[in-house]
Design a protein around this ligand. Structure first.
Ligand SMILES: [Zn+2]
Length: 156
């Protein structure tokens, strides 16, 4: 997958995508940050050394009906400027979440046309995650009520 496609499909920028794996109906995109993406999560300095990495998985927007997962090799770095030792910052997912922002958007769209239960019934999706995404959206809309001018959802 080209880097443009990686960005367009998953909102992931600054990463290479060395391989794709197909297992049990799930497409897994392995990604690793490009050198310029590896910087201190606190001060942004690139004067860092890598201290190993952690592999994390993120649910990503489906391609067709195929469930897709982004497997990211995220380096931990030590900053020579501010002394921080931490995993690099990722911008394609919220902190401590195991799904991409793109997937959250996609799930939210679905809950507007089909019921939350229907979305939660999709393979690999859990009710808790959908509730959390809905809640966050409500908080966002509450904070900025003029942003939303759409008609009410229909429920089945
Ligand atoms: Zn730093």
């Amino acid at each position: 997958m080209s880097t443009t496609l990686l960005y367009q499909s998953f909102g992931i920028r600054g990463y290479r995508q060395p391989r794709i794996e197909f297992t049990g109906g799930v497409t897994r995109f392995h990604v690793e940050p490009r050198e310029k993406t590896v910087c201190c999560p606190m001060c942004g300095s690139r004067n860092v050394i890598r201290l190993g990495f952690k592999q994390r998985e993120f649910r990503a927007s489906p391609i067709g009906l195929k469930q897709t997962v982004v497997v990211a090799a995220l380096p931990r770095v030590q900053c020579h400027d501010c002394g921080t030792v931490r995993q690099i910052k990722i911008d394609f997912a919220e902190i401590r979440r195991s799904y991409t922002k793109g997937w959250a958007k996609c799930a939210l769209q679905l809950t507007r046309s089909i019921t939350i239960k229907d979305v939660a019934d999709l393979p690999g999706v859990t009710w808790d995650v959908i509730k959390e995404i809905k809640k966050k959206d409500l908080q966002r809309r509450f904070a900025n009520p003029v942003a939303e001018g759409r008609p009410a959802n229909h429920h089945r």
